[in-house]
Design a protein around this ligand. Sequence first.
Ligand code: NAD
Ligand code: TYD
Length: 337
Amino acid sequence: MTILVTGGSGFIGSNFILYWMKKYPADEVINLDKLTYAGNPENLKSVENEKNYKFVRGDICNRELVDKLMKDADIVCHFAAESHVDRSIKKPSAFMETNIIGTHVLLESALKNKVKKFHHISTDEVFGSLELDDKSKFSEETAYNPRSPYAASKAASDHLVRTYFHTYGLPITITNCSNNFGPFQYPEKLIPLVVTNLLEGKKVPVYGDGQNIRDWLYVEDHCKAIDLVLHEGQIGETYCVGGLTCDMSNLGIVKKILRILGKDESFITFVKDRPGHDRKYAVDWSKIKNELGWEPVADFDILLEKTVNWYQKNEDWWKRLKSETFQKYYKEQYSDI
Ligand code: NAD
Ligand code: TYD
């Protein structure tokens, strides 16, 4: 079987390719990735010379290229996206191009080439924001209410994917997952930013009052969920995927990382809040548990420590990413530090 993975050189996509190639060594994997600032071929160094792995540098908006690759694909696993909320606030247009137009190009081509399955990776951010004291959780039934350009572009892509199922019968599935963490995450996102800043002896920026809550999912648990949905998920269905954290604030996470690295709280700097900052996400993953038997495996604290250790051991990997271009981004984003 041939699986076409889009955005396979990014954080979750590369973890997924490594997971898939280990578990299904007979499959052919094609990775279509534009290598934006977030794409990093180094993540896949361990498989780049395997005969059943092919990397194609290209844009999912490129119809000709997508059509050519789609001809060989049995299934598609679509990760490629602009993924960082703060960048979507500063420059939304790339998000509309890749996340909406790019997804549409893939859908058209998948339909034309009669792929057996099109799996779309989405986010819990399409559901909007909960209040801090709200005990409810996002589920497959929650109405969409995106509040950032990133979330809106992902919501639009989800709607398009469902449209291609209902209108044209394309065999799709969707997962809406919560915040992932683990190895190979670009150091603009909260956990790798905090860990690598601390390893460099720098302060860590916390937006607003630090009380915002996210639902944290270990990336390998996420890969297992996608695997299950690809093999056993019902066509046309959506599955929410979340982690084992319960109402954990950003500040709480930063303090845990400080403890793991033996640093004190003087490293915390409160900076101006993100515009429209969603207060809380929480995901109800009972559908995927009840229907497919998936659940996250390990305790957040253990996985956080494992993740911190990975960044400690892989300094070369992230130091190269925190280069000149990253510094320019950092200065603009955190001008008040
Ligand atoms: P990432 O930013 O680390 O990687 C995105 C990858 O897509 C990069 O390799 C990039 O080069 C590639 N890409 C971007 N534009 C492209 C284009 N036009 N054509 C081809 N390739 C392109 O993102 P991630 O964190 O790995 O997220 C993967 C998917 O999961 C995204 O769809 C994202 O919306 C979703 N998601 C992520 C999280 C999270 O916590 N990281 C949570 C929920 C959902
Ligand atoms: P992030 O990793 O950007 O993921 P998302 O915005 O998709 O949830 O941010 C996670 C949370 O951490 C979010 O509430 C914003 C906050 N945050 C900070 O407080 N400081 C930072 O420097 C970053 C990047 C995020």
